[in-house]
Design a protein around this ligand. Structure first.
Ligand code: PMP
Ligand code: GLN
Length: 391
């Protein structure tokens, strides 16, 4: 017996939202046997030591509900890492909360702090979960375009957008999909704009270890004024190449953390215990994250080199594990159509940047993910060089 249809119309809370562009492009890639440089996930193995540590945690009996805010050993390890890298001492007891990936950290933070009628500033292109999370909280997203082609913040536009109803600003550094990074000067701008307001800054820093060419990651945690009003969000999915494990965290002053935890306990209550124990032990060795910029620099440089003679113009990549490209030499199609054609005709999946704008803004830019095995990057390049217009 199949399930009967619901006999009344459902009033959607997200009527304008379709399937995520990542799922759409991954499904298309699978259907056409394409090399998938679309959705951002590594295709190489994670460190076997981490697998052993998680396995050992399960065998040691860490299989029941941990504390709602997270396993204390992991909260302590996160606090130690943040102190070491950014000089800020978050209290594991009251200021660090383990979440089901950064996605839940973002969703819960917005749900806890944004009220109906509040305005939340987001920068576009915006990572796809931000605007739905704002809408579900009953708040109003206020999108501000990043500058093109550098994808930097237009500070005059931010000043114009701030009103007495602005409750929150969401920022992402290193930026997905823009690949820009905030500078120390940008942090000063944030401090000036939010000084003497009740604006909370939510800083999505999941790509904190992917900054290049000697730049340093300017975490909002570094700045005294900003640390007092910010929620900094991280993800072990990105840091330790295990996107399927979905473990992340929020860092925020105790007053803000208290509100996040009120909501956290009723959204997921807690996050799986064995992985938390495994990560806590793995974090004891700082080289495990300190070597990441070099690892990803090599991937970035390989991709840039091997697609140099495909008919794209590559934008600079200052952060994240993505490379942006324009394709004006070969096509005037909108980015979504071009990306679909790349899969169908050339067997390479990418992500069109137009998907990250509410109003369909399309600068005809596509995004490649280079968190892939070298063979995968080389296979994609072989296919991309066949596009007419290449040498
Ligand atoms: N923020 C950004 C900018 C991302 O790119 C991603 C996904 N890769 C996330 C948040 C979600 O992270 P997680 O998988 O830990 O939920
Ligand atoms: N963050 C990943 C990306 O930008 C995708 C995550 C997802 O599929 N939700 O590609």
């Amino acid at each position: 017996m199949s399930v009967p249809s619901t006999p009344f119309p459902i009033r959607s809370k997200l009527p304008a939202t379709g399937t995520s562009i990542f799922s759409v492009m991954s499904a298309l890639a699978q259907q056409h046997g394409a090399v998938n440089l679309g959705q951002g996930f590594p295709d190489y193995a994670i460190d076997p030591v981490l697998i052993d540590l998680v396995t050992a945690a399960m065998r040691a009996g860490h299989n029941q509900y941990p504390l709602s805010a997270g396993v204390m050993a992991l909260r302590e390890a996160i606090a130690a890492k943040v102190l070491r890298l950014y000089g800020r001492a978050y209290d594991p007891e009251t200021e660090v909360t383990v979440t089901t990936g950064a996605t839940q950290g973002i969703f819960t933070t917005i749900g806890a702090l944004a009220h109906p009628g509040d305005e939340v500033i987001v920068f576009e292109p915006a990572y796809d979960s931000y605007i739905p999370a704002i809408r579900l909280a009953g708040a109003t997203p206020v999108p501000i375009p990043l500058t093109v082609p550098g994808y930097d913040i237009d500070w005059a536009a931010v000043r114009r957008a701030v009103t007495s109803r602005t409750r929150m600003i969401l920022v992402n550094t290193p930026n997905n999909p823009g690949t820009g990074i905030l500078s120390a000067e940008d942090l000063q701008q944030f401090a000036e704009i939010t000084r003497s307001t009740a604006i909370v800054i939510v800083s999505d820093e999941v790509y904190e270890h992917m900054v290049y060419d000697g730049a340093r990651h300017e975490s909002l945690a570094r700045n005294d004024e900003l640390a007092a009003c910010s929620v900094v969000i991280g993800s072990f999915g990105k840091t330790f190449h295990a996107t399927g494990w979905k473990v992340g965290y929020t860092l925020a002053p105790r007053e803000i953390t208290a509100e996040i935890r009120r909501v956290h306990q009723f959204t997921v209550f807690t996050v799986n215990s064995a992985v938390q124990h495994g990560l806590a032990a793995f974090l004891a060795e700082p080289s495990r994250y300190e070597e990441l910029p070099a690892f990803f620099t090599a991937k970035r440089d390989l991709l840039r080199t091997v697609i140099a003679d495909a008919p794209f113009d590559l934008l600079p990549c200052r952060g994240s594990y993505f490379q942006l490209a324009t394709y004006g030499r070969v096509s005037e199609e909108p980015a979504f159509e071009f990306a679909q054609r790349l899969v169908r005709e050339f067997g390479v999946a990418t992500i069109p940047l137009s998907a990250f704008y509410q109003d369909g803004t399309d600068h005809r830019v596509i995004r490649f993910c280079f968190a892939k095995r070298d063979e995968t990057i080389l296979a994609a390049a072989d296919r991309l060089r066949r596009i007419s217009g290449s040498n």
